[in-house]
Design a protein around this ligand. Structure first.
Ligand code: ATP
Length: 282
């Protein structure tokens, strides 16, 4: 397995992984902004998700981690309305949105940055941002100008064709396109995919600014170190099932590795970095 770790991991194998969330605080009670209940999703005969549940509270960053094929994108796409579940439900602010089409969900504030960005490469930066405004939730504060304030390089290059931008710049445009839709919950699918670690850091560096506007984030990451750094709550998927859920500060590196690879969850997993497959650099 390669490309899992984008930055410094925990220094030791024992004990908690983080010392607190970098983004958002998880409340103990209250109504979650986004809730998924016992979601079962099939792709034809293949069961991609088996009874997945999660609760994302206002203002927090919730990260789904897991290896290739674990079901992460299927989960995000189902929340966005791009797959219909076989069983289970998706709730926004306590209201069941499971039957709503993706554009209706966007108008209610569930907006996704898809894996691979899916930009129009022949259109300019600004035209791509205008596409994002098509299904914008009414009443929000995000505008194209506000996006330019977050990503200041974008304003000067707003007439450039998006296909001419670097991978990191394109990822920023994809995030900007989602923001102009005025999300309440921003779904981020593998922001780090195909990007150098330093670029990934820069992209994630904008999260605090985005959270400060009142947004809530549910993200999917294969880059475990990155996910643990920014999340207030994580859930690990393996072959469509939940193998671990908790606050980064409450889970150990061994627990995460065991959940990620499907190993027996014992303390004998050794230090992160040991063995042939590791989530962290050695
Ligand atoms: P990756 O990081 O590789 O995208 P993932 O954790 O996001 O992995 P999914 O893309 O959700 O996983 O895939 C979960 C399972 O569903 C995999 O076995 C995958 O092959 C299968 N799958 C995903 N999308 C489809 C589809 N449209 N049709 C058929 N099978 C699919």
């Amino acid at each position: 397995m390669t490309g899992l770790a984008g930055g410094a991991g925990p220094a030791g194998g024992k004990g908690p992984i983080g010392d607190g969330p970098a983004g958002g605080v998880r409340p103990d009670s209250g109504v979650p902004l986004l809730e998924v209940r016992d979601l079962v999703v099939h792709h034809g005969q293949l069961q991609a998700l088996d009874a997945i549940s999660l609760r994302v509270f206002p203002g927090e960053v919730y990260a789904i981690i897991g290896a290739n094929g674990a079901g992460k994108s299927t989960l995000l796409r189902t929340i966005a309305g791009l797959h219909q579940p076989t069983e289970g439900s998706v709730l926004l602010d306590g209201n069941d949105v499971t039957q709503l089409r993706p554009e209706r969900r966007a108008r209610h504030g569930i907006v996704m940055v898809p894996e691979g960005r899916r930009l129009f490469g022949s259109l300019s930066v600004e035209e791509n941002l205008q596409v994002g405004a098509t299904y914008a939730r009414p009443g929000g504060t995000w505008t194209i100008d506000a996006v330019y304030d977050v990503f200041d390089w974008m304003r000067a290059r707003r007439h450039q064709r998006t296909g001419q931008l670097s991978g990191g710049e394109q990822q920023a445009v994809a995030v900007g396109r989602a923001l102009v839709a005025n999300p309440r919950v921003l779904l981020l699918d593998e922001l780090s995919l195909g990007l150098a670690p330093v670029v990934v850091q820069r992209i994630y560096g904008m999260l605090p600014q985005i959270l400060a506007t009142g947004l809530t984030v549910l993200l999917v990451e294969q880059d475990v170190s990155q996910a643990l750094r920014v999340a207030s709550q994580i859930q690990c998927l393996l072959e469509g099932r939940t193998t671990l859920e908790g606050r980064p500060a409450d889970v150990t590196a061994e627990q995460v590795e065991a959940a990620y690879f499907g190993l027996a969850s014992t303390a004998s997993a050794g230090r992160p970095g040991e063995g042939s497959d590791s989530l962290w650099p050695g």
